[in-house]
Ligand binder design. Structure first.
Ligand code: DOR
Ligand code: ZN
Length: 422
């Protein structure tokens, strides 16, 4: 298969330039001006990004296929512009062994849309008690380990996990919330929790665990990655750790740089997420940290849930936001259009950084690279409607939000896996 992507504005590391991309046998054969082939994609007026990568999604299979499955999640992912996604292990059974890793990879291969990279759990059943089969999962193709959804509360187990994982070349992705301190909190502890009477969760619950992961990483000299950072104070911990050379990387999500906990006052359970949406000071800190690189990447924490999991009283509703179809436009609109960063930086946060952190390839448009490419119309404006999501999870707090940036093509290994309107 051979074709050329003509006249797009191509987002390189060092700037945006108008040029053509020749794709041949799943790779980028050439990048330059005046390239031609028998077939062409007309990208005039469109922007061409390295294929987006989401290193933190929940695809729910096996076990929770009512919320999402590998096929629906992959369809949603390519519609959102993602060429690779890394799926968290809080499935049923938990992905804590090589059999589940192999199952996910084989389902993803059958589905054949985006690349699906399984993340194994840190502990058996994500119970925090006993290490999972880290070596066997690595051999089967897991790209990281995480007990996402919960913290590993026992520091000694987390230390052992980091040492084992490092031995197999895997990183630990740490969900940071001290469970004792959260103590059933469902929203941020502050004015909104007081007004609503909903139980609050204090920033310190997150910060304490971020500090612990940094301390372990620093003492052991082993890298660690902090999941979905939501607090200004946690960001300061990461900033100072990075300044003294600790090998810590971190991510945040669009809901943390778009929203404040005012949104919970309407008791809309689609605003319920772990860690909780916090205050304006935190929102601004997340945006600024994504701009200055204290936060390395944007992930969705795509957490699809069924209606019955969300259409209940706030305290009983499931935590999570279905985010994979809105991440690009929310990020482009809030961060690029509002001047926090430029397009090469957006590509760094949504493609190159996750590729580098996990060592999974991709992240750059250059000759010889795998042809994972996302093409977007940045001028296209639309209003988000969760009910129109391809994902089974319609749970978004962004319905009614006007955004810019529509995904037009998602190309994986040179094959068009999504074309808008087709
Ligand atoms: O809100 C969340 N939902 N946060 C998590 O960490 C897990 C996720 C889920 O699995 O639904
Ligand atoms: Zn999490």
């Amino acid at each position: 298969m051979r074709y050329v992507i003509k006249n797009g504005s191509v987002v390189f590391k060092d700037g945006v330039r108008n040029c053509d991309i020749l794709v041949e046998d799943g790779r980028i054969a050439a990048v330059g001006e005046g390239l031609d082939a028998e077939k062409a994609i007309d990208a005039e007026g469109l922007h061409v990004f390295p294929g987006l990568i989401d290193m933190h999604v929940h695809l729910r299979e096996p076990g929770f296929e009512g919320k999402e499955d590998i096929e629906s999640g992959s369809r949603a992912a390519v519609a959102g512009g993602f060429t690779q996604v890394c799926c968290m292990p809080n499935t049923n059974p938990v992905c804590d062994n090589a059999v589940v890793v192999t199952y996910i990879l084989s389902r993803a291969k059958e589905v054949n849309l985006c690349k699906v990279r399984p993340i194994g759990s840190i502990t058996k059943g994500e119970k925090g008690e006993e290490l999972a089969e880290i070596g066997k999962m690595a051999a089967a193709g897991a790209v990281a380990i995480s007990d996402d959804g919960r913290s590993v509360m026992d520091s000694k187990i987390m230390r052992l996990a980091m040492e084992y994982a490092d031995g197999f070349g895997l990183k630990c992705l740490a969900h940071c919330e001290d469970e004792n301190l959260v103590d059933g909190g469902v929203v941020n502890e502050g004015l909104s929790s007081t007004i609503t009477g909903l139980k609050g969760s204090i920033r310190a619950a997150e910060d304490i665990m971020i500090a612990r992961e940094i301390a372990l990483s620093e003492s052991l000299g082993i890298p660690v990655h902090i999941c979905h950072v939501s607090t200004y104070s946690g960001i300061e911990l990461i900033r100072s750790a990075k300044a003294r050379g600790v090998k810590v990387t971190a991510e945040s999500c669009p809901h943390y740089f778009w929203l404040t906990d005012d949104v919970v006052r309407g008791f809309d359970t689609d605003t319920k997420v772990n860690p909780p949406i916090r205050e304006e000071r935190d929102r601004q800190a997340v945006a600024a940290a994504l701009s200055d690189g204290t936060l390395d990447c944007i992930v969705t924490d795509h957490a699809p849930h069924s209606k019955k999991d969300k259409q209940v009283e706030y305290p009983l509703a499931a935590f999570g936001i279905s985010g994979i179809e809105t991440s690009f436009s929310l990020s482009y609109t809030k961060l690029v259009k509002e001047g926090e960063m430029d397009l090469p930086q957006l590509a760094e946060r949504m493609s190159a950084a996750p590729a580098r952190i996990l060592g999974i390839g991709g992240g750059e448009i250059k000759e010889g690279a795998v042809a994972d490419i996302t093409i977007a119309d940045l001028a296209a404006k639309y209003v988000i409607d969760g009910e129109k999501f391809i994902s089974k999870g319609k749970n978004t707090p962004f319905t009614g939000t006007e955004v810019y940036g529509r995904i037009v093509y998602t190309i994986v290994d040179g094959q068009i896996k999504y074309a808008a309107g087709r």
